[in-house]
Design a protein around this ligand. Structure first.
Ligand code: NAP
Length: 270
């Protein structure tokens, strides 16, 4: 049986962070804390200990890591949560605590996809008038000011929490949270008569169905590229690889996790 040593901090807010917490929480002698930003009113709560709210920047975060005797930090935040990732890199370096970033791979276009890449939400907004009038906008509740000047377009905005103004003048709001199915997404795109879909390159299966549905319907998709990760941070693509990193760092004893120990994944042994 795998046992642990010390305290692991998971920076959370993603499916992978919850999966990692569920995998690590039962490990004997390991303390596991997940940190949430506290933006969502009813977050899905991870297993293990939880702390909620910003740290107050990299300085206070470094102090927290030292006070709480954190042995390793896994930054499992969303690929677009660039500020907390940068802060974590600075704080971990200052506190002398190893940091590993868990980043699900980005999506890749397949045959039949009509993707247009954008470097930012502003770039995405600039592309839209050439692609269609009715826009299904799924980039989240923040940063929608980039689209606010597009008075000639209609928007269906989907987000977990209500978005912050300013919003485009002709906006309909759909408050919802994944995972979504291809059937559901196809029906939504058809009912709304969408001409174009806008998404961040979030990666992962929970919100990928919209891409399949857009392909089936022949719709163009504007895909916003990810921000660059902080330089020099070791990055792994999935929960199994994060577990292996924790073993390498001495927070977990060597050994294999059986299939089922990592939700939705195979075990950690070949
Ligand atoms: P952000 O812009 O990178 O961070 C803004 C500030 O929020 C940080 O400086 C930090 O405050 C605080 N913060 C963010 N994540 C935190 C965490 N896990 N624990 C404690 N404090 C945190 O973050 P964001 O893009 O608003 O994302 C916020 C949360 O939502 C993250 O946990 C992320 O995983 C999740 N999320 C984000 C997206 C997205 O598209 N951005 C999508 C799905 C989920 P202090 O400086 O005070 O420490």
């Amino acid at each position: 049986m795998i046992t642990g040593t010390g305290h692991v901090l998971i920076l959370g807010g993603t499916t992978e962070a919850r999966q990692l917490a569920r995998t690590l929480a039962p490990v004997p002698l390991l303390r596991v804390t997940t940190s949430l930003a506290g933006r969502v009113t009813q977050p899905r709560m991870p297993d293990g200990e939880i702390r909620v709210g910003g740290f107050g920047g990299p300085g206070p975060m470094a102090a927290w890591l030292s006070e709480q005797e954190v042995a390793a930090v896994i930054d499992a935040t969303h690929p677009f949560a660039a500020l907390i990732s940068a802060n974590a890199a600075t704080a971990a370096a200052a506190a002398g605590v190893p940091l590993v970033a868990l980043r699900r791979p980005g999506w890749q276009p397949g045959p039949g996809d009509r993707w247009h890449h954008a470097d930012s939400l502003d770039d995405a907004a600039a592309l839209l008038p050439g692609l269609g009038r009715r826009v299904f906008l799924t980039t989240g509740r923040l940063g929608l000011a980039a689209f606010a000047g597009l008075d000639g377009l209609d928007f269906l905005v989907r987000s977990v929490e209500p978005p912050e103004p300013p919003l485009p003048r002709r906006t309909r709001l759909l408050l919802d949270r994944g995972p979504y199915t291809v059937e559901g997404e196809r029906e939504l795109l058809r009912t709304y008569a969408a001409d174009v879909l806008v998404t961040k390159d979030s990666g992962g299966p929970a919100t990928a169905a919209k891409l399949t549905a857009a392909r089936e319907l022949g719709l163009p998709v504007v895909v916003v590229r990810r921000p660059a990760p902080p330089p020099g941070v070791r990055t792994v693509p999935d929960v199994a690889a994060a577990v292996a990193e924790l073993q390498r760092l001495g927070c977990l004893s060597p050994g294999c996790l059986s299939p089922g120990a990592i939700p939705g994944a195979a075990g950690t042994c070949p």
